[in-house]
Design a binder for this molecule. Structure first.
Ligand SMILES: [Zn+2]
Length: 157
């Protein structure tokens, strides 16, 4: 029995082994095959076409991104890669960050005053429709203006 079968990596193979590869090498070989890669890509595309998968995925992603530690991590990372030097100072504007994260949730945010975007997002989370959110935000803005007028009126005597 000097004719011991061995894998290219040196692992001894059983006599019944037909591939000439040990298990890990066989897997690695399989993973490297172009047809395996192609199959994976097409499976991924198929699964991505299911709306519930996409929704689930984006919901998970959103929840993940909403975590304070993830935000902090991203902030650190952004610092590291030098966002500032890349001239993307505006990206750090909280109003814009809120606006960006709302994209796709609320179709257009141009109607919403920047400082009320967070409110709009809360309303959206609570399940309000866009039309309702617009109304509520408009009301809030009105109330704020009224409040400012009242305050000014008071301070003016
Ligand atoms: Zn091997």
């Amino acid at each position: 029995m000097h004719d011991v079968k061995r894998c290219a990596c040196g692992t001894r193979l059983s006599n019944r082994n037909m591939s000439g590869r040990c298990h890990p090498c066989g897997l690695a070989h399989h993973n490297r095959l172009p047809e395996t890669k192609a199959k994976r890509v097409s499976a991924m595309k198929r699964v991505w076409q299911r709306p519930e998968y996409r929704q689930n995925h984006s919901a998970k992603l959103k929840a993940h991104c909403a975590q304070p530690e993830v935000l902090e991590q991203r902030r650190q990372h952004a610092k590291k890669i030098g966002l500032q030097s890349m001239g993307v100072e505006a990206m750090r504007d909280p109003a814009l960050i809120a606006k960006r994260s709302l994209r796709g949730t609320l179709t257009k945010m141009a109607w919403c005053p920047p400082h009320l975007i967070e409110d709009a997002r809360e309303l959206r989370k609570a399940g309000y429709r866009l039309a309702e959110i617009k109304e509520i935000i408009a009301e809030r803005e009105e109330a704020e203006k009224r409040e400012v007028r009242v305050r000014m009126g008071l301070s003016n005597g």
